[in-house]
Design a protein around this ligand. Structure first.
Ligand code: KG4
Length: 285
């Protein structure tokens, strides 16, 4: 069965054709990131206009997955940070999520403070490669006893440190002076965010006897997150695999929409093509 998926949730327009929920015949992504960069974030009215202009399916990529349930999913994007237990296809149990900023949002805000282009995540990762992750001991928010996350305190701690280093800086408006240890700040921030994400995900996977861990959303492109998740989950009994999408599928794309549509279609779920704009679709029913 061929499913056409269309994804227009934020600043990428994407269309994909997926066979039987797993074979990607085409997945085209047209990004508006450069356009929004000058505003330091997504400009919604312009985004919706650009989506209308950009819709067009093409290209050939491939991929397939036999999944072993239960799966612990960490969804980490610009708008979401959630831990979801998947017992089988379409059976989702939301275990927790961020109580304030999403992980990607924190990466973007820290990127902006450090004078990096939007979206900040990939740039923070790039700059952090030359930094010392132990240079600053930024706080880890554990929210013990819950599967929730919090990144607002971490983001504020980076701001506080930056203001200590450069008291005159209007963070987010001026680029820090060249002498600022930007790489160390980026690396230390990234280490703190990644540690909390990986420890909490692996603990939840152990608790629920998950056989696999999936990481999805834009932040899943982060190589430090990928390697730390694999390292920490190594000792987890029954946990056979940590899976990250290929880079092209980490951020917004329509192939994931077509794959999810296929699962719903074969489960007998049907709907008309009439739909209203809903800013918050529920994952669980
Ligand atoms: O899932 P996504 O493409 O879109 C929405 O949130 O709608 O995620 C985008 C987020 C942005 O916050 C971006 O900075 C972050 O993913 N991101 C990264 C990396 N690549 C993208 N964060 C950290 N490291 C990366 N390499």
């Amino acid at each position: 069965m061929l499913i056409l998926g269309i994804e227009t949730s934020c600043d990428e327009t994407s269309a994909a054709v997926v066979r039987d929920g797993k074979e990607i015949l085409s997945n085209v992504i047209s990004s508006q990131a450069d356009l929004h960069a000058k505003y330091g974030g997504v400009f919604p009215e312009m985004a919706s206009r650009m989506h209308i202009e950009a819709i067009h399916p093409l290209q050939l990529i491939a991929g397939a997955e036999a999944i072993q349930f239960p799966v612990m999913c960490l969804i980490v994007s610009g708008g979401h940070t959630e831990l979801v237990l998947m017992n089988e296809q379409l059976k989702y149990q939301r275990l927790g999520g961020t109580v304030d900023d999403a992980a990607g949002e924190a990466f973007d805000k820290v990127g902006r403070m450090l004078g990096l282009p939007y979206p900040g995540g990939p740039h923070v990762e790039r700059v952090a490669k030359d930094g010392n992750a132990n240079a600053f001991n930024f706080p880890r928010s554990w929210l013990e006893g819950t599967n929730d996350f919090s990144f607002s305190g971490l983001k504020t701690a980076v701001l506080r440190e930056l203001k200590k280093l450069v008291p005159t800086l209007r963070a987010g408006e001026d680029a820090p002076p060249a002498a600022t240890p930007t790489a160390d700040l980026a690396a230390s921030f990234q280490a703190a965010a990644v540690e909390v994400l990986t420890v909490k995900t692996v603990n939840a996977a152990r608790e629920h006897n998950a056989k696999e861990i999936f990481i999805a959303g834009g932040v899943s492109a982060n190589k430090v997150l990928q390697s730390e998740m694999s390292r920490r989950s190594g000792g987890t009994p029954n946990c056979v695999a940590v899976r990250f999408p290929p880079l092209i599928l980490c951020t917004d794309n329509a192939a994931m929409i077509a794959a999810a549509g296929y699962q719903r279609f074969i489960a007998g779920q049907r709907d008309s093509l009439d739909m209203d704009v809903k800013p918050n679709w529920k994952l669980t029913t």
